[in-house]
Design a protein around this ligand. Structure first.
Ligand code: BG6
Length: 786
């Protein structure tokens, strides 16, 4: 059949001027395309049209094709359905009616439906392909499987393809997957490893259809072509903020069983908007077509992003959503869902280039208009007293307009008060005749506008990239996991957040306007909303524990309180002494505190703060076990503290770790005496281990036996055994000591500590007794109440 079709096509090509007839021996080979889920929605809307266009374009290069629509239904039922879909494909405007009819006829002849359920079905398909190849004497170029089915079926289908339907040797296999690729980091990792059992990474093509949008795929080339003009301004000194916005007018009726489990963050922010964000902010690769380099630079963006927590997001839900959920999920009238249909998320990149530049990712259903864009808004340092319409008074911005909106077509717009962009892509043109519309508060005539000469569907673009094996337009496993790594903590913290309810459409008014304050985002309008904060009754309790003051609250609130208390102590010390000496412990409990300090305490006097170590493990400072490394990665790296104010413990001297003769402990003691007035730290943060050790002072190790020494080497019962630590002499000279205890696992210990007498040898923490200072226990409800 292929030969017949090929001959017909040669005639067709000659008629249509497709070019030279191709020598049989030089023909690049045969491609089998299998759309699993071939009669589903996506296939019907985009895929068959995309493959038809691929066919029209590649057949003139000598490729031959066969197309299979696969599904679970038996062939007699599904074949007519498939052909109804295939009949609807259309040709581009430049193809004559007659030629189009012929092309469609060929396409239909090359297509068939196949039931693809069991392994045998896949084996039969393989046999069928091989038989046809043999009969026609064709060489196989490759097999393309497009899995347009729910993600839970991926692993099983990939297994069947691997075991029974791989192409003949020398031919390629490409398996295309649609999102969702998991719903959080863990599930994405599991899915990736399951797929990895059957497919090689280079065989997997994970689709994010935003990467096929013409404007999105031109972001990097645009940055490259205009590098000379952009380099001086693509940084924190010039960029006011970056916005990546997808507004939609539709609801999610009919998709609730999927959507209610995912919500807007998983549906579009984690993938489409994140991808755009990385393209805008990654370092420009030297070679745009190098997969490795593009991926490397993208991953670097993920590494540099500051963690995104609850205070960096606001969520909403359109009013009707609740009723739609009740109906589609058969729930009663009192059922509520807190799945967000709107979200605005604020991000920051911790790199000198972008430091302090807010990056906003926003999307929602049932908004006032359908539009997708990203805008780089530049700072304007000109103050216009009178004529606000002068060009230098207007916003300076670059808009990557993905489509829809008042402009209606995809375009890249550069405000004329910035520069005239270069255009080197022959598939794009400049628009000089302007409609009378505004785009992001500037009339179109105030922009230089570039647009694609021919508009193409994202799916067509991606299908042609799959065919060409261009992996840059797809999501690699590393990229996917990095993105879930970024979003998963936020998703967990939003799991109990009540979204703001919005009416939908124009009526939303300013209800969803957001405000950026420091590193936080909030709704601009204060309205009464139900929030879990109110339900949970997040109260802070004050009391006594072991005759000292105690503050207790749920973990989050406790951390907020402790951070505020440290800042208060810092400000008081700087006011009085011009300097604040803070000694910090290692371990996991302080991590939440460090995060709080980095993201919320922008007025913290870091410049006048000296950071000291309470204790250290005898490992190199770069080791992942090192307390200093932890402190560096989670706190010091993110705040503006002068290097010379940081005092790691000298555990490594003469290329060896904690050797008594090297005198590391004495050295640190001297450093403390030199800098800290009376060796009295202003604030010492301690934790307590399950065995009641504090700092690195362990039970049964004569913790009181260090005399007047401020620093000592000790032995821990757990690895790494050797430690350097402040002694009780040092700790008990402090002005203020905080003992932070969190988690259910510490409840038993807290119960015991509430009863025992002071006995530092057995219960080291009971040796914490500041002579002239104040001890405060910060114990969360889990530890206090179990
Ligand atoms: C899809 C989401 O991935 O992207 C949809 O699942 C969303 O919910 C769509 O509507 C948006 O894509 P586009 O191309 O219309 O902007």
């Amino acid at each position: 059949m292929f030969v017949t079709v090929f001959l017909l096509l040669v005639t067709l090509c000659a008629q249509g001027g497709y070019g030279e007839e191709i020598d049989e021996a030089q023909r690049p080979g045969h491609v089998s395309v299998v759309i699993v889920g071939g009669t589903g929605d996506l296939a019907k809307k985009y895929l068959w049209q995309g493959f038809f266009e691929l066919y029209v374009n590649q057949v003139k290069n000598g490729y031959t094709f066969s197309f299979y629509g696969g599904g679970l239904s038996p062939a007699d039922k599904a074949t007519p359905v498939l052909f109804e879909i295939l009949k609807a494909v259309s040709c581009s405007k430049d193809v004559s009616q007659e030629r189009c009819a012929l092309l469609k006829e060929q396409f239909l002849r090359l297509s068939q439906y196949r039931q693809l359920q069991s392994v045998e079905d896949y084996q039969d398909l393989a046999k069928h392909i091989e038989k046809e190849l043999q009969q026609e004497g064709m060489t196989e170029a490759g097999r393309l499987f497009y899995l347009s089915v729910p993600a839970f079926a991926y692993a099983d289908i990939a297994d069947k393809i691997n075991s029974s339907c791989r192409p003949t040797s020398g031919a390629w296999l490409r398996v295309v997957l649609e999102k969702p690729f998991g719903h959080d980091f863990r599930s994405a990792q599991v899915l990736a490893s399951q797929l990895g059992n059957s497919l090689k990474d280079e065989e997997m093509y994970r689709i994010d259809h935003y990467l096929g949008k013409q404007v999105v795929s031109r972001i990097l080339p645009f940055r490259e072509e205009n590098k000379k003009l952009l380099d001086p301004i693509w940084n924190r000194h010039h960029i006011e903020r970056v916005e990546i916005v997808l507004k939609e007018t539709l609801d999610v009726k009919g998709r609730i069983p999927f959507y209610d489990q995912y919500g807007v963050v998983r549906d579009v922010l984690q993938n489409h908007l994140t991808e755009v964000m990385t393209l805008l902010t990654m370092s420009l690769p030297m070679n745009l077509s190098s997969n490795e380099e593009v991926l490397r630079n993208k991953l670097q963006v993920f590494r540099s992003l500051l963690p995104v927590g609850k205070n960096q997001a606001v969520v909403g839900q359109y009013q009707e959503y609740k009723t739609e959920v009740q109906q589609e999920l058969n729930k009663t009238k009192d059922h509520i869902s807190i799945t967000p249909t709107f979200a605005a998320v604020l991000m920051y990149i911790d790199e000198a280039q972008y430091e302090g530049v807010p990056i906003l990712l926003i999307s929602g259903k049932m908004l006032d208009e359908r539009v997708g864009y990203s805008r780089i808004l530049f700072k304007n340092d000109i103050f216009c007293l009178q004529n606000h319409n002068s060009v230098h008074c207007k916003p300076k911005q670059i808009v990557f307009h993905f489509g829809h909106g008042s402009l209606e077509y995809p375009a890249i717009l550069v405000s004329k008060n910035l520069f005239k962009p270069v255009l080197m892509d022959s598939e794009w043109k400049e628009v000089t005749k302007h409609k009378d519309v505004d785009v992001l508060s500037l009339p179109l005539s105030d922009y230089y506008v570039q647009t694609p000469i021919v508009q193409r569907e994202a799916y067509y673009e991606l299908i042609s990239h799959i065919f060409a094996g261009r992996k840059n337009s797809f999501i690699s496993t590393e990229n996917l996991l990095a993105s879930w790594g970024l979003w998963t903590p936020l998703l967990s913290s939003l799991a109990s957040t009540f979204p703001r309810i919005y009416p939908g459409g124009a009526e939303n008014g300013d209800l969803l306007d957001v405000r950026i304050k420091g590193k936080d985002i909030s709704y601009h309008n204060e309205v009464v909303i139900i929030s879990n904060d109110q339900i949970g009754g997040f109260q802070v309790m004050q009391g006594k524990f072991r005759s000292s003051d105690m503050v207790s609250a749920w973990t989050e609130e406790l951390v907020v309180r402790l951070a505020a208390d440290i800042q208060e102590a810092a400000e008081a010390a700087v006011r009085e002494a011009g300097v604040f000496h803070l000694a910090l412990s290692g371990g996991s409990s302080p991590l939440a505190l460090f995060q709080r300090l980095t993201l919320h305490h922008f007025s913290f006097p870091w410049r006048d703060t000296h950071v000291w170590m309470v204790d250290e493990r005898c490992v190199p400072l770069t080791d992942s076990e090192s307390n200093f490394r932890n402190l560096h990665d989670h706190l010091l790296h993110h705040v503006r503290i002068p290097y010379y104010n940081i005092h790691p413990m000298p555990v490594q001297i003469n290329q060896r770790l904690c050797v008594e003769e090297d005198g590391g402990a004495l050295l640190y003691e001297k450093e403390v005496s030199k800098w800290v007035n009376g060796s009295s730290f202003h604030f010492v943060l301690l934790g307590v281990g399950y065995d009641s050790h504090t700092a690195s002072l362990f039970p049964g190790s004569k913790v009181d036996g260090h005399g007047e020494s401020l620093v000592a080497l000790t032995e821990s019962p757990v690895k790494p055994h050797q430690r350097m630590t402040l002694t009780f002499s040092a700790i008990n000279r402090a002005h203020k000591v905080a003992l932070l205890v969190m988690g259910k696992g510490k409840h038993e210990l807290i119960t015991q500590l509430s009863r025992v007498k002071d006995n530092p040898d057995k219960w080291p923490v009971t040796g914490v007794k500041p002579a002239n200072g104040r001890l405060v226990w910060y114990i969360d409800y889990d530890a206090l109440l179990g």
